[in-house]
Design a protein around this ligand. Structure first.
Ligand code: ADP
Ligand code: MG
Length: 139
């Protein structure tokens, strides 16, 4: 299996409620290596660009307002099959439908405020990682 990199975001609801440490701990316990890490606040326009693929969805405006409502933590995770492993650890988009033990089940509030983001495919990771990190920031 190939070594992959994926983008993780600890979203504003989880940062606000003090779950940065818990989430990073579970990422590391799952054997995913943190190769890049930063706390920042997205401007609305930056959130709109990041979620551009969802522009036509009814929740797009609300999603972008939420993602720029407070600080986030962005991270580059690395490991064998890291993209699918991080998606598995995150759980389903709607925390109410997410499996027990997943991060969204534990820390998500609702289908929008669902604690974390993860790239959904190799091509997505290849766009999302450089959206936030320069080569020099990935160690
Ligand atoms: P995922 O983050 O699991 O890949 P999507 O790519 O479908 O899910 O959606 C991106 C983000 O948009 C979700 O993580 C969530 O924050 C928000 N979202 C998705 N579906 C809805 C919805 N029906 N209502 C409100 N927000 C949503
Ligand atoms: Mg997605």
């Amino acid at each position: 299996m190939a070594i992959e990199r994926t983008l993780a975001i600890i979203k504003p609801d989880a940062v606000r409620r003090g779950f940065i440490g818990d989430i990073l701990k579970q990422i590391q316990a799952a054997g995913l290596m943190v190769r890049g890490l930063r706390m920042m606040r997205l401007a609305t326009a930056q959130a709109e660009l990041f979620y551009e693929i969802h522009r036509a969805r009814p929740f797009y405006g609300s999603l972008c307002a939420y993602m720029s409502s407070g600080p986030v933590v962005v991270a580059v995770l690395e490991g064998e099959n890291a993209i699918a492993r991080w998606r598995d650890l995150m759980g389903a988009t709607d925390p109410a439908k997410a499996a027990v033990g997943t991060i969204r089940k534990q820390f998500g509030i609702d289908v929008e405020q669902n604690a974390v983001h993860g790239s959904d495919a190799a091509e997505t990771a290849a766009r999302e990682i450089p959206f936030f990190f320069s080569a020099l920031e990935i160690v």
